[in-house]
Write a new protein. Structure first.
Lengths: 147, 489, 145
């Protein structure tokens, strides 16, 4: 559970340290945070709902599969391990994809969470982020595992 | 404080000036120096604050992601950048729960870093250190706190150096000030001191011909002019006083001379009067005795050859001679009273009155008269003169009640503010219209046939009373009796 | 015993005459010796001058002495008489016109036995003369010689 509490706060912090394109932000009022495999987080996600990020209120969407992201106008899509078979296959404009499965980035994901020495860290595929129109803060990049 | 002020007050003017100038210089230098130090310190603190704030904010900004993603290693790396500033002794990052998250301490020291975040605010200075704590925010939201410690000893040393330089400058300026003030003092107080010495010397030697020398046209010059004017006035005043004193002395001498002359004249006049009285006493009476005596001899031994007319004429001659004898006696008495100064003592007026009453009664044993003398009458007067006065007054009363069947004569006293003595009778009385003639010598209000007398008695009484400083007056009416009142103060 | 004389020292002949008459009219029969001035009075008293040979011890029964006298005045005469052992007790009555204080005082101080003022009224004078004679010539015991 502690792992997913940390991961929940990571999701929130990613939303803060990454800048979405202007047109996507203007599209609608809420920041749609979508989770595939939300059951692993338990109640840790509840704290995020209603928080504000970049001037928008976080709206939580628990999805069954990644394909539902477009329909839900997701800004951020987390795909839990073992559920990534539903991945879209390529970066989509305005959608930050985060996974926790090795090889997630190779399959088109932008950020992948990795456990290193008992600590949760992350990898970022900057070209994919750029394709999705997302600007990643240099500090965030500095914290990412260098490959 | 008070003895200090008193001491300053009694200081010579010269020292007062020097002390004042040096005092003012010292105070201004100290104020300027202190102000400069405060300004310097404030300047440094402001600079330090800017620097530390900037640095803290930069560190904070660079640590936001590390704080957000709980990456202590990354945070420590960021803090490591502080090593480039030798003045920063330590730095620390605290997470949102105020727990120590990452730290940096300069290798050569042991910095006192706390495990929980200190209060956020402006930098604090003390113990040779400056400390600041600021909140780290990311996009307006706090992600932790940054704390920095800076070494300020170098700066304190600078301040001390500055103070040392100021102290040296202070001494130098003060020394110069001393010389300047001594020089200025001579310029300013020199004339005043000269004037004071002159005033003291004039006071001691009483030489008002000295003058102060005018050396400038400022207030001092005015003072010197005023002083000299005052000396002129004093000189004039003294001359006038001397002159006045001479005049006074001359007048006094004149007066004394005149008094001596007058006294001598008076004495001479008195002597003459005495000689005159003496001569009158002896010589004027002798022929009268002859006239009266030989008239008597004629009447006794040659009555046979005289007819009634002749005898009557001789009786008239005798009466005239006797009356003249009486006049001479009374005149002598008046003259004696005039000459004599009263020799005052306590006199028992009642006793005196009774004695005179007895004498009167004895002279005229056939007369029925009541003489009432009030008891306890006393006066401070010349006994002999008073006896003469009472003899006259009571004698008059006796005489003017001669035609009364029930004669009553009273000697008494009334008192209002001072004692007033009186002699009252129920005799013939007189018309008050002539009261003003009463006390003049030889003035008579009755004919000699009616009442004998010389007209000198009351004049004598008045002289006696006025010799005592007293007053005498009468109240009377024809046939209603007379009262004489007199005072003896 | 032969009657003693009365010495009258008086320069005024009228007064001398009136005194003599007054004494006489009072039946005083003593011889009256008149001295016209002070010197003459002393000559008589001390047996000198015109009275050489008179015994000074034969003092007059009474001396009536006027004060105002030619040459020597009465007070001086009195002083000299009193200064002499032989005559210092002889009775002297000052008989004078004056009643001035100074005369009275000086007279008594120099030792007169009596002071009588000559009154202008001759009647009074007669009374005075009578009393004088009565007293000094009959009543008074003269001092022993």
């Amino acid at each position: 559970m502690l792992e997913y509490q940390v991961k929940a706060s990571y999701l929130y912090n990613f939303a803060r340290f990454i800048t979405w394109p202007e047109d996507v932000v203007a599209r609608q009022g809420n920041f749609n945070l979508c989770i595939v495999g939300a059951e692993r987080f338990g109640s840790a996600l509840d704290a995020l709902a209603g928080e504000r990020v970049n001037g928008q209120t976080i709206a939580l969407h628990r999805l069954e599969q990644a394909g539902q992201a477009r329909a839900n106008r997701c800004h951020l899509l987390f795909i839990a391990s073992g559920r990534d078979g539903t991945a879209t296959g390529g970066p989509e404009r305005g959608l930050l994809t985060i996974g926790e499965t090795p090889g997630f980035l190779e399959r088109g994901g932008i950020i992948n969470l990795v456990e290193v020495n008992g600590r949760i860290r992350f990898e970022i595929r900057q070209p994919a982020a750029r394709q999705a129109g997302l600007v990643v803060s240099s500090q965030l990049l500095g914290l990412a595992i260098q490959r | 404080m008070s003895p200090l002020v008193q001491g300053f007050r009694n200081l010579p003017l010269r020292w007062k000036t020097i002390v004042s100038m040096l005092g003012v210089t010292t105070i201004s230098l100290m104020l300027v120096g202190a102000g400069q130090l405060v300004r310097e310190r404030q300047g440094f603190e402001r600079q330090m604050e800017q620097r530390l704030t900037l640095l803290a904010d930069v560190i904070g900004l660079n640590s936001t992601a590390a704080l957000a993603f709980n990456d202590a290693a990354a945070a420590t790396e960021v803090l490591g950048a502080l090593a480039s500033d030798e003045h920063i002794m330590a730095g620390a990052l605290y997470d949102t729960r105020d727990l120590l998250f990452a730290r940096y301490v300069r290798s050569d020291i042991e910095a006192p870093l706390l495990d929980t975040a200190p209060n956020v605010g402006r930098p604090t200075f003390g113990g040779g250190m400056a400390a600041i704590t600021r909140t780290v925010k990311y996009r307006g939201q706090p992600v932790g706190k940054v704390h920095l410690l800076a070494d300020t000893t170098e700066w304190s040393n600078t301040l001390w150096d500055y103070a040392a330089v100021a102290a040296v400058l202070f001494v130098v300026v003060l020394t110069i000030g001393l010389f300047v003030s001594i020089w200025l003092q001579r310029l300013i107080t020199g004339p005043i001191i000269d004037l004071a010495q002159l005033a003291r010397r004039i006071g001691q030697e009483r030489d008002f011909s000295r003058r102060a020398v005018k050396r400038s046209d400022d207030e001092m010059g005015v003072l010197v002019d005023g002083f000299n004017d005052m000396l002129d006035e004093i000189g004039k005043g003294r001359a006038e006083i001397e002159h006045g004193r001479d005049e006074l002395r001359k007048l006094n001498e004149q007066l004394e001379r005149r008094v001596v002359e007058r006294t001598a004249q008076l004495e001479a006049a008195n002597k003459e009067l005495e000689a005159f009285s003496y001569s009158v006493s002896h010589d004027l009476r002798a022929p009268l005795r002859s006239i009266d005596g030989f008239s008597r001899v004629l009447l006794d031994e040659h009555s046979a050859t005289l007819n009634a007319d002749g005898r009557d004429s001789l009786e008239r001659v005798r009466r005239a001679a006797q009356r003249m004898g009486m006049l001479i006696d009374d005149l002598l008495k008046l003259a004696r009273v005039t000459r004599v100064e009263p020799n005052r003592e306590e006199v028992d007026l009642s006793m005196l009155g009774r004695e005179i009453a007895v004498a009167l009664q004895n002279q005229d044993p056939d007369r029925r008269a009541q003489i009432v003398v009030a008891p306890g009458l006393r006066a401070h007067a010349d006994a002999r003169l008073l006896r003469i006065a009472l003899e006259n007054l009571l004698g008059n009363a006796w005489k003017f009640t001669g035609q009364r069947k029930e004669a009553r004569i009273e000697l008494g006293m009334t008192t209002n503010s001072a004692p007033v003595y009186f002699v009252r009778d129920n005799g013939a009385g007189f018309d008050m219209a002539y009261a003003n003639k009463l006390f003049a010598p030889f003035q008579r209000l009755h004919s000699v046939e009616e009442f004998p007398g010389t007209g000198i008695g009351l004049a004598t009484v008045q002289r006696i009373i006025s010799k005592h400083g007293g007053r005498i007056w009468a109240e009377s009416a024809v046939d209603k009796g007379t009262a004489f009142f007199f005072t003896l103060p | 015993m032969a009657q003693k004389v009365i010495l009258l020292v008086e320069d005024n002949p009228d007064d001398a005459e009136l005194t003599r008459r007054a004494l006489k009219s009072n039946n005083i029969s003593n011889q009256v010796v008149v001295a016209r001035d002070g010197v003459e009075a002393l000559d008589y008293v001390f047996g000198t001058g015109k009275h050489v040979g008179r015994d000074p011890l034969e003092t007059p029964a009474i001396t009536l002495l006027d004060l105002k006298l030619p040459k020597l005045d009465g007070l001086e005469v009195l002083r000299r008489i009193r200064a002499d052992e032989r005559t210092k007790f002889m009775p002297i009555v000052i008989l004078t016109s004056s009643k001035e204080d100074q005369d009275l005082i000086n007279g008594y101080r120099l030792g007169c036995n009596s002071y009588v003022r000559k009154p202008v009224d001759f009647d009074e004078f007669l009374v005075a003369a009578k009393q004088l004679g009565l007293y000094w010539l009959l009543l008074n015991e003269p001092p022993p010689m």
